[in-house]
Structure formats: C-alpha cells, structure tokens
Design a protein around this ligand. Sequence first.
Ligand code: HEC
Ligand code: HEC
Ligand code: HEC
Ligand code: HEC
Ligand code: HEC
Length: 218
Amino acid sequence: MSTSGDKSKEIPVDSAGNDSGGSSPGMIVLFFIVGFAASLAVGWIVFPKILYSEKQQPFDFNHVTHVELVDDGCESCHFFRDDGTYAGVPTMAQCIDCHEEVQGDSPDEEIFVTEYVEAEKEVPWLIYSRQPDCVYFSHAAHVKMAEMECIDCHGDIGESESLKAYQENRITGYSRDIWGNNIAGIKKNSWDRMKMDDCGDCHLETMGSKGACFQCHK
Ligand code: HEC
Ligand code: HEC
Ligand code: HEC
Ligand code: HEC
Ligand code: HEC
C-alpha cells in the first residue's frame, strides 16, 4: 500500500517536472541534431578509418618523370604479351636497363636499387585494382576491342607524381578502389568504384546485357 502510495505521489512530480520545460521542442531538436551529427561523424569519418587499413607501397614511384624518360609511353612498362595477356605491373626486366646504376639522388630510388635490384628481388607492388580471384578480367577486351582509356577504370595514376597509399578493407580484404572511395557509394567518376554492378552496368549499356555469370567468373 505504502509503495503504490509513493508511486502515485511520484508521478505528478515527474510530469510536473517535464511540463516545466525538460522536453521542450527546443531540447528535442537539439538532442536530435547532436545525435544526428554524432552518427554522421561515426558513419563518415570513424567507420571508414576502422574499415580500411592503410599500407604504403614498398617505395614511391613517379609516373610523370618516367613516362618522359621511356620510349613507348605506358606500353614500355604496361604491355600486352604475345599471347594477348596483359603484363600488368612491370617486373624488374622493365627497370634494369636504367637502374643497374643509381640514376639520381632520390631516397626511393636508393631503396629500389639496394633492396630489390642488387638483391635480385621483384618489387612486391600492391595492386589498387586487384579483383577477387574468382573474377576474370581481360585488358584486351577493353583496351583493344572496346578502345577504352586507362583513365576510365584506373583514374589518373598514369599522370601521378607519387603512388597513393593502398587501402585494404578489413572485412573483405579487397582494395578500396574496388568497393569505392565514397563510403556512401556515390560515384562521380567512372573510376571511383569497380564492383560487380559497375562492370555489369557498362556491359548493359554497351553490349545490351549484364552478361552471364560465367562471363566474368572462372
Ligand atoms: C617506367 C615504367 C612505367 C611506365 C612508363 C608507366 N608505368 Fe604505370 N606503373 C608502374 C609501376 C612501377 C607501378 C606501380 C604498381 C602498383 O600500382 O602497385 C605502376 C602502376 C600503374 C597503375 C596502377 C595499377 C594498380 O591497380 O595498382 C596504373 C593504372 C598505371 N600504372 C597506368 C599507367 C599509365 C596510364 C601509363 C602511361 C601514361 C603508365 N602507367 C606508365 C610503372 C610504369
Ligand atoms: C628509361 C630509363 C628508366 C627506366 C626504364 C626506369 N627508370 Fe626509374 N628512374 C630513371 C631516372 C633517370 C631516374 C632519376 C630521376 C631523378 O631523380 O631526377 C629514375 C628514378 C626512379 C625512382 C626515384 C623516384 C622517382 O620515381 O622519381 C624510382 C623509385 C625508380 N626510378 C624506379 C623505377 C622502377 C621500379 C622502374 C621499372 C618499373 C624504373 N624506375 C624504370 C630512369 C628509368
Ligand atoms: C574496363 C576497365 C579497365 C581499363 C580500361 C583498364 N584497366 Fe587496368 N585493370 C582493370 C581491372 C579490373 C584490373 C584488375 C584485374 C584483376 O585483378 O584481375 C586491372 C589491373 C591493372 C593493372 C595491375 C595488373 C596486375 O595484376 O599486375 C595494371 C598495371 C593496369 N590495370 C594498367 C592499365 C593500363 C595501363 C590501362 C590502359 C592501357 C588499363 N589498365 C586499362 C580495369 C581496367
Ligand atoms: C565502361 C564500360 C565497361 C566496364 C566498366 C567494364 N567493361 Fe567489360 N567490356 C566492355 C565492352 C564494351 C566489352 C566488349 C569488348 C569487345 O569484345 O568488343 C567488354 C568485354 C568484357 C569481357 C569479355 C566478354 C567476351 O565475351 O569476350 C569480360 C570478361 C569483361 N568485359 C569483364 C569485365 C569486368 C570483370 C569488369 C569490371 C571489373 C568490366 N568488364 C568492366 C565494357 C566495360
Ligand atoms: C560483368 C562481370 C560480372 C558478371 C556478369 C557477374 N559478376 Fe559476379 N562479380 C564481378 C566482380 C568484378 C566481382 C568483385 C567485386 C564485387 O564483389 O562486387 C564479383 C563478385 C561476385 C561475388 C562475390 C565474390 C567474393 O569473393 O566476394 C559473387 C558471389 C558473384 N560475383 C556472383 C555472381 C553471379 C551469381 C553472377 C551471375 C548472375 C555474376 N556474379 C555475374 C563481376 C561479374
């Protein structure tokens, strides 16, 4: 009896307190804004930081200076082999003619020459565009047949003066360039993302169909 009596006394006190301004529309809006801002900060700033780990390339590489130095532009290092497959990132064979001896005084070149050229080791480059193993992709179909430009899928790496950090998705292990630079999935440039739907959307536009599964999967 005494308990219920206490309660019935408490209720009017509480509602009186509330009525006197505790949950005025102003407070509700304020709490909403604070909560909204906090969840935006978590979603846009904290979450991507947690989701992606950053790795540096073994050493930096300047595309601009190298493209000027070589004879055949991009193809000097990124070329099609005789069997039509794409060589992809260059191996030591594309560097050794010039770097058997040190060319300049860049610390990056020093790392390259002492740790890789002299040790006769290939450089373990991190591939920004690397797809999961189950995906089949052919450069010949896109670059030769469809006459697409490198920039359409890779962005301006070929005109860059230094290599960006490689970001790896901690959950999937994929490169950030596959699942997209914008965490909300907004795509401003054709190279912002290269997920299954990005491949399929262009195939739908250019070939009239997204393609059968086995077209892209081994
Ligand atoms: C002297 C050799 C050389 C030349 C010439 C060269 N590249 Fe590269 N390229 C490299 C090296 C080394 C890398 C680093 C590999 C990496 O990204 O992990 C690279 C990486 C790239 C990548 C990134 C691949 C990935 O997903 O990781 C692209 C795209 C690229 N080059 C485009 C170009 C274009 C376009 C040109 C011509 C304008 C060009 N390159 C000329 C050596 C060269
Ligand atoms: C045609 C000759 C030539 C080829 C081929 C070449 N390099 Fe170079 N590289 C140079 C010269 C010259 C410099 C010095 C530029 C400077 O310091 O002014 C240089 C500089 C560098 C540097 C210092 C940082 C930078 O990028 O400027 C690195 C690292 C490097 N090269 C790596 C490579 C790798 C890796 C390859 C093969 C994929 C390669 N180079 C192929 C001529 C070449
Ligand atoms: C239609 C989109 C597209 C175009 C156009 C394209 N690429 Fe790629 N590139 C890719 C994809 C996707 C991969 C990853 C393939 C994989 O992981 O199997 C890749 C991988 C690469 C790699 C790394 C390959 C490796 O594993 O060693 C290099 C280097 C590269 N591309 C350079 C180029 C250059 C240079 C051009 C222009 C001549 C070009 N790409 C045009 C989509 C494209
Ligand atoms: C911007 C447009 C575009 C994008 C993006 C694109 N493709 Fe394609 N792809 C094409 C076109 C056009 C062809 C047909 C080339 C031809 O044979 O003339 C093609 C052909 C192919 C083929 C060969 C099909 C065949 O039967 O010969 C494969 C496999 C393929 N693409 C896989 C991919 C994958 C995987 C991706 C994403 C990583 C991708 N493509 C992204 C336009 C695109
Ligand atoms: C135009 C090329 C293309 C076609 C057609 C395609 N895929 Fe994919 N698929 C991809 C690419 C690129 C990826 C990797 C990027 C991603 O996960 O979005 C992928 C990823 C996947 C994955 C996830 C694999 C992993 O390791 O995370 C599955 C499952 C899959 N595809 C199933 C299918 C099925 C089923 C079909 C047929 C209905 C199909 N795909 C058709 C290009 C294609």
